[in-house]
Design a protein around this ligand. Structure first.
Ligand SMILES: [Zn+2]
Ligand SMILES: [Zn+2]
Length: 839
């Protein structure tokens, strides 16, 4: 008898796996392919947390399971290593982000290996490696050549005190995260990617993927396609007289109810429109708006503010003059930056008009004819009223008719609008991919010739932004000044770098051919492996990463570099791992059952009964404390893996409960004992567990396919209980070791060796089951009393004699014929008949 000692066997097997290059994948046409992908991590200084481990364990289980089923599985890992934390750390300490990143990567890799994940490390990629970002730059050039990358002036978050641009995540409640100064908006030259050109395809092709419904909905909403009309209003008088103001509306049928217009404070016409009397107020309002984030500006609940420009525009349908206002709830970057306001039928317009005393004209009445409530806007569809020729038409018909009329008059047309904006693709930062273009006074923008890629990130003395809003690269004269590839004259390099999203847009393609130095990937190889069969990662990436990578993928598809329209066929998000107890403001701890989790609510606010915790924030701030290293040291990696999957349904949030880890540890020790003590000569006669064995194999197999990892573990726990009670035959033991293999690979390889299994367990065949042995067949049993038929019942064919007797005696008619008598004998013919002899 031996003792289960994970700290001894786990490093031993990890070394054997590595020495044998067990997880190395090469393409093999004899086997079906399976691409299992994790969202690669940002290697932060704090290391792996238990949330990472949850997703990685799931793909690892699927990887090992599919391998045993005979698939050729590719399972790579890499590092999304450009980004803010390393750069900010460099600003503070002067340590190069490359050094910090290397250290963090080494730590992540050590942790990942200590958990026994089956990655093919020969495919490791790092987005900050010049051999990688060379191709990120190359893809940018393809986008540029296709007209999908352009320059524009876009506002950034600007801290006037730090003299630096800030990422959105560095702005909290409108203030600089570093110094607390009010953040302003500053206009800068930026590179922008024309993702809007792909809006329709990004929307339509969602029908081709197997993704969580909530993620599909978020993608659809982010793209936000709406149909309506574009309408032109003409400025009535003053310096801007005759100028056109274009708006998009989803409700052109309400045009007769438009009583004023609102421009965004940044709209190009504002200055020209503004009368002298209104100028001071308008300019003050503009300057206040510059200090607010888009989010603050568009918050629905906030008090509406605005300033009248003194200008008027003409409503094209009734010739009425409409005052033109500016208000910060209209964004310059959204739509045309102007709206027609219909206060009777739009909530925000209603609030605004009520506050500023602007007329509210009803032009839609509810379908059922009842009067509308004048204390709020009526935003539903209905029947047109007070609308000239449109009167009595339904909303749908009125939209159609007015759009035709606008087109006839040449003042409008049917149009589609998207919420999706073009993607601002430049950052004024050091630690990112340099954008590979050169600015020449004579030739304009000149792309860096492909053979000169990569444009290397130069060494700098200081990592602080330049103070002008430009990236630190702008201060390195020797790097910035270059010669124009076209005319050979003096030219300057682009100093903007790419956002962190860039490297993660295409890493799944580089994994396929990571050391190719001639092209980003070989097309034949791409065709063999793509697309990704299973992609697992956090729901926090449900919108941007997935949208951006889908966009790049589609461009690459159009250019003939990839063979599939969509990159990720099946996507799943691991549920958030919650802490088991929470501390409130007063310092008191609350167990998880005293906590109510909400998605968007106050953070750690107690409402008497329950502590309210916001799930999203919690995931980041509270669980950094749980270090997988400690669990591995105390219980072993197999227990960590098992617990990660056992704590709850994979896709749902669940608490991290240190006490429950103990249960998983106990289970593995029982598995160990059972297999270790197995003695063929003492096995029971026959095959008493045959049915439960086949049932368990079927359940575990189907559960892994359906990502129900927790119930598969529960089935294995039940199975081992049965084996403990009945005794096990060799088939039981073999099945147990194989089923547990993907979950707890170290102990299984050790036990596999003990029972003289051949090679590594991952190369053994996944167990199969006989369907007939897994279904409980139901039979009809007839019941006689003294040989006369008195009833029948249905029951499993395997029901015992006692169960049959019991069922027979429950039948009402049987009771009537036996109650007053004495039962002498009950004859049971298994699966057929029960005869009760009474006298
Ligand atoms: Zn600041
Ligand atoms: Zn030139």
């Amino acid at each position: 008898m031996s003792v289960y000692n994970p700290n001894e066997i786990e490093p031993k097997w990890q070394k054997k796996w590595a020495d044998a290059k067990l997880f190395k994948t090469t393409f093999n046409t004899d086997k079906p392919k399976f691409y299992a992908l994790d969202m690669f991590p940002y290697p932060s200084g704090s290391g792996l947390h238990v949330g990472h481990c949850e997703g990685y364990t799931a793909t690892d289980i699927v990887t090992r399971f599919k391998r045993m089923q005979g698939w050729n599985v590719i399972h790579p890992m890499g590092w999304d290593a450009f980004g803010l934390p390393a750069e900010n750390y460099a600003i503070k300490t002067g340590i190069h982000p490359r050094v910090t990143t290397e250290k963090a990567v080494a730590n992540f890799k050590r942790q990942i290996n200590s958990i026994g994940f089956a990655y093919d490390w020969d495919r490791e990629v790092n987005t900050t490696d010049p051999n990688y970002y060379k191709w990120t730059q190359w893809i940018f050039l393809q986008l540029y050549k296709k007209g999908l990358a352009y320059q524009g002036i876009m506002p950034i978050n600007w801290c006037p005190s730090c003299k630096t641009g800030l990422a959105n995540e560095e702005v909290a409640q409108g203030k600089c995260d570093r110094c607390g100064t009010q953040v302003e908006r500053k206009d800068l030259r930026q590179w922008i990617l024309r993702i809007t050109k792909y809006a329709d395809r990004l929307l339509e092709d969602l029908s081709e993927v197997d993704w969580p419904e909530s993620t599909l909905t978020m993608q659809r909403n982010w793209i936000g396609r709406s149909e309506g009309a574009e309408v032109e209003f003409t400025v009535a008088e003053g310096a801007a007289a005759g100028e056109k103001i274009k708006v998009f509306t989803t409700r052109p049928d309400t045009l007769f109810g438009a009583t004023y217009m609102v421009l965004s404070p940044e709209h190009a016409l504002v200055s020209k429109l503004t009368s002298d009397a209104c100028r001071a107020a308008v300019e003050a309002y503009q300057s206040a708006a510059r200090k607010k984030s888009d989010l603050e500006r568009t918050e629905l609940a906030k008090e509406k503010t605005g300033a009248f420009t003194g200008g008027y525009a003409v409503n094209p349908v009734n010739g009425k003059k409409m005052p033109v206002w500016i208000a910060d709830y209209v964004l310059a970057t959204y739509g045309t930056g102007a709206i027609m306001a219909v206060p009777a039928h739009d909530e925000r317009d209603f609030e605004f008009a009520t506050k500023f005393g602007i007329p509210i004209v009803q032009v839609v009445k509810p379908k059922d004819g009842c009067e509308i409530d004048h204390s709020c806007a009526f935003t539903d569809e209905g029947t047109a009223v007070n609308s000239g020729d449109l009167d009595n038409l339904t909303t749908a018909d009125a939209k159609k008719k007015i759009t035709e009329e606008l087109e006839k008059k040449g003042v409008g047309k049917g149009a589609v609008s998207y919420r999706l904006r073009d993607w601002v693709f430049s950052r004024q930062r050091y630690w990112g991919e340099p954008i590979p273009v050169i600015h020449c006074d004579k030739c304009g923008i000149v792309p860096v010739p492909e053979k000169e890629l990569p444009v290397m990130l130069p060494e700098v003395e200081k990592y602080e932004p330049s103070g002008t809003g430009e990236s630190p690269l702008a201060t390195i004269e020797s790097w910035v000044n270059t010669t124009c590839p076209e005319c050979g004259g003096k030219a300057k390099r682009e100093t903007n770098t790419m956002p962190q999203w860039a490297g993660s847009c295409w890493y799944y393609l580089r994994y396929l051919d990571p050391s190719n130095s001639f092209e980003p990937w070989n097309k034949t190889i791409e065709k063999q492996w793509m697309n990704v069969d299973l992609y697992i990662g956090g729901a926090e990436h449900a919108v941007l990463h997935l949208l951006y990578s889908r966009f790049w993928h589609k461009v690459l598809y159009d250019l003939g570099f990839v063979s599939t329209k969509e990159p990720f066929k099946k996507l799943r998000h691991q549920g958030t791992v919650l802490a088991a107890s929470y501390q409130d403001m007063s310092g008191k701890y609350h167990a998880i059952d005293e906590v109510e989790f909400r998605d968007h609510d106050a953070y750690l606010k107690s409402t008497g009964e329950k502590l309210i915790v916001e799930v999203q924030k919690m995931a980041k701030s509270m669980l950094n404390g749980v270090n997988p290293d400690e669990v591995v040291a105390k219980y072993g990696a197999d227990v960590l893996r098992l617990y990660e999957m056992f704590m709850g349904e994979f896709e749902l949030p669940k608490p991290w409960d240190p006490r429950a880890i103990e249960g998983c540890s106990r289970f593995l020790r029982r598995v160990w004992r059972l297999v270790d003590e197995f003695d063929q000569s003492k096995a029971p006669s026959g095959d008493p567990n045959e049915k439960v064995r086949h049932k368990t194999i079927k359940k575990v197999t189907n559960d892994i396919e359906n990502m129900k990892f927790n119930t598969a573990i529960a089935a294995m726990m039940e199975y081992i209980n049965v084996l403990g009670a009945n005794g096990a035959v060799r088939d039981d033991i073999v099945a147990l070791v194989k089923l547990i293999g993907p979950y707890a690979p170290h102990i299984s390889d050790e036990l596999w060796e003990k029972i003289s299994g051949e090679g590594f367990l991952i190369d053994a065949a996944w167990p199969t089951w006989n369907e007939a042995l897994t279904v409980d067949q139901v039979v009809t049993v007839v019941v006689q009393v003294n040989g006369k038929l008195r009833g029948e019942f249905s029951i499993s064919r395997d029901a015992t004699q006692d169960q049959l007797k019991e069922e027979a005696l429950k039948i009402e008619k049987v009771k009537q014929h036996t109650d007053a008598l004495t039962i002498r004998k009950i004859i049971v013919i298994q699966g057929k008949l029960v005869n009760i002899v009474v006298s």
